[in-house]
Design a protein around this ligand. Structure first.
Ligand code: TIU
Length: 234
């Protein structure tokens, strides 16, 4: 039997270039939901400046396009709860002592409730057919979801990560993935935080100590590596 070795490519990144096999690599776009990212949503209602997150949209559109053209497996996640909130721990519902919080009627429907307008992914980054949407009740995308099984079924080893917010759902997901053996590359211009200092430090934390949680790179480095892979496959 002849086995053909999968061809590996490199993405320029820190702390060093990341070797990846396109067939074993997925792009995961974390929680690019209206309530976090759009003016008039829950995030802005809490006093956050959503423009700090919106900078991630344009580069993520380009990465999504390159990933789709290369045939990468693409997944999206959303943070939210079933309408009766039975999957939301009371501690999460109580946190912040908010007057209007999770499950309450917000500016775009019930806040972080599945099926509501504010819970959905922004139209610029809408999933297309064949791209799973992982609905998650927590910050991490592995906790209480099928994500691990879905990735295992496709022999995925490497995750390219975009989304919001950098120090919350992106970090939690990357830490969960790292402990499960995945190699994660976070694209610094495709992730966003309401707090510029947290954005900077969260990215430093991922790549410190020889890449303790993973790699940090840019959309342009990822796109050029994906385009090289696509041209070889063509
Ligand atoms: N998706 C995500 O990060 N959820 C959050 O609640 N993030 C905050 O920064 N609050």
């Amino acid at each position: 039997m002849v086995t053909v070795a999968a061809q590996n490519f490199f993405i320029e990144a820190q702390p060093y270039a990341l070797e990846f096999d396109p067939a074993a690599t997925a792009l995961i776009v974390i929680d690019m939901q209206r309530d976090f990212v759009e003016p008039g949503g829950f995030g802005e209602m809490l006093g956050n400046d959503v423009s700090l997150l919106r900078g991630a949209i344009a580069p993520t559109i380009q990465v999504l396009k390159a990933a789709r053209e290369t045939g990468l497996f693409v997944l999206h996640t959303r943070e939210g709860h079933v309408p009766d909130l039975s999957d939301a721990p009371p501690s999460k519902l109580a946190r912040g002592k908010l007057e209007t919080g999770i499950g309450d009627e917000g500016p775009m429907g019930r806040i972080l409730v599945r099926g509501e307008e504010g819970h959905d992914i922004i139209p610029e980054l809408a999933p297309i057919d064949g791209e799973p949407v992982i609905d998650k009740p927590g910050k991490g995308a592995f906790y209480a979801t099928d994500l691990g099984d879905i990735l295992q079924a496709r022999n995925i080893a490497t995750l390219i990560v975009c989304g919001v917010t950098t120090e919350v759902c992106v970090h939690t997901t990357v830490r969960e993935a790292n402990d499960r053996g995945y190699e994660c590359l976070v694209l610094e211009d495709c992730v966003g935080s309401y707090f510029p200092e947290f954005q900077r430090v969260a990215l430093e934390m991922i790549k410190a100590q020889g890449g303790i949680f993973g790699w940090v790179g840019t959309s342009s480095a990822a796109i050029s590596a994906l385009q090289s892979a696509a041209s070889v496959a063509a």
